[in-house]
Design a protein around this ligand. Sequence first.
Ligand SMILES: NC(=O)c1ccc[n+]([C@@H]2O[C@H](COP(=O)([O-])OP(=O)(O)OC[C@H]3O[C@@H](n4cnc5c(N)ncnc54)[C@H](O)[C@@H]3O)[C@@H](O)[C@H]2O)c1
Length: 354
Amino acid sequence: MAKVKIGIIGAGGIANNHAHYYRQITDVELVAVADIVEERAVSFAQRWGIPPEGVFTDYIKMLDSVELDAVSVCTPHAVHAKPTIEALKRGVHALVEKPMASSGAEALEMLRAAKASGKILMVGFQTRWSPELGAARKIVASGALGRIYYAEATLGGRRRGIPGSPTFVKRELAGGGVLLDLGCYAIDNLMFVLGHPRPLTISATVEAAIGKQREAVVEGGWPWNPEEFEVEDFVAAFIRFEGGLTMVLKESWAMHADALGSSFILGTKGGLRLSPLEVYRDEWGYMTNTTLKLPQVDIYRERIRSFVEAVKRGGPSPIDPREIVVEMFIIDAIYESARKGREVEVKLPSEVLG
Ligand SMILES: NC(=O)c1ccc[n+]([C@@H]2O[C@H](COP(=O)([O-])OP(=O)(O)OC[C@H]3O[C@@H](n4cnc5c(N)ncnc54)[C@H](O)[C@@H]3O)[C@@H](O)[C@H]2O)c1
């Protein structure tokens, strides 16, 4: 195959990370970029060696006029679905940033577009290449922890860490707040480790507890504009899965506490905690704690490398997009439960069942 030709849609913060790793692969060429803010597209192109004829303010024009093998979609959450679908429709593989979209319905449309085109749809959860998560998944699958009956999912929460950019806090761009930004990782991490159990019902709450407060102190975080804050900064959810497993999800961008703890899993024969990975068991008549020494991996490099390899092979996606559609329906049900103030069912589409 000739060089893999890549286009970037959305030339903000994370797009630079994509470009950095694409540039490290010799048979990849960055050929185009599109951003609605022209100066961003132009300076991004200059920084990453994209020729002037590859600079666009409209991604449709980019897709229609440049020959591309794949795109990275690095726009705000509520602008993930459309560019991804438009790329797939034109036979272009798509790597889309997390969260997959701002709703389950959008995620499903993306999945359908991928199926119709036969092209790769990969949601860029770099954490899937974390040695710690990989080891935890293996340990759970081995049965060494017995029947898993309970899990907690969190990245630990931030005492003060509301993103300053409208990309994350204006509803029309972000679609939601900390649940979509960080909660999507907490959910994907544990769904991956637990082997993607099927969610049944959810009871949840979301709060805009601190984000709208003009007097809130900002120390050790980024300044944000309370007038622009339109989403939640806290979420807590209780999720029931098939087979009796239950999970608590909690995440925060801002709170009056130091931390929310870390993710852990309880089984009848053992348990484990993530970050750092520690396994708890009864062995040889003792209660043992095992800390695993795992190799260091640049997970951002691995996600781009794996995507490019998949493009060269013609698929499949290194991350099955159906798994992430399920997670988007979990997120939808969390918002629905919070809105209704009661438990709701997770209604999964037939495309992700079985
Ligand atoms: N994987 C990670 O570690 C990671 C880290 C940061 C952000 N992200 C994700 O990446 C996405 C972007 O985040 P960011 O921090 O780079 O945001 P950002 O605000 O820095 O960049 C977004 C860019 O998209 C552009 N844009 C908006 N609408 C557009 C459109 N219709 N067409 C073309 N360009 C458009 C904006 O002008 C902006 O330049 C978010 O979904 C975020 O959750 C992932």
